[in-house]
Unconditional design. Structure first.
Length: 98
């Protein structure tokens, strides 16, 4: 009975010793940043790349037009539409431009 308890306790200690460092290594460091807007009441981000460039859409004042947008270092770059009233840009997950 005592050896069964010792075996289980040893297995739990070994499991904890292996899993705990793996969980600590998997933690990420990130920060939340408020994105600037183009004057409308709504906007959304839907992608981010390795450089931290964020893609999505943002409304103009009056909320009748939604532009594809790119946020770089906290600044909004309106990318426009393709002639309609709405546009959305889904960026690549890897930055390839130098």
């Amino acid at each position: 009975m005592l050896s069964r308890i010792s075996t289980r306790m040893g297995a739990m200690i070994l499991f904890t010793a292996i899993v705990l460092p793996l969980q600590l290594a998997a933690q990420s460091h990130y920060s939340v940043v408020e994105l600037s807007e183009l004057g409308g009441t709504s906007g959304s981000a839907n992608g981010i790349n390795d450089r931290g460039w964020i893609t999505g859409a943002d409304n103009l004042p009056g909320d009748l037009t939604s532009l594809a947008s790119l946020w770089v270092n906290g600044s909004t770059i309106p990318l426009g539409t393709l002639g309609g009233q709405t546009a959305l840009w889904r960026g690549r997950s890897r930055a390839t431009m130098e």
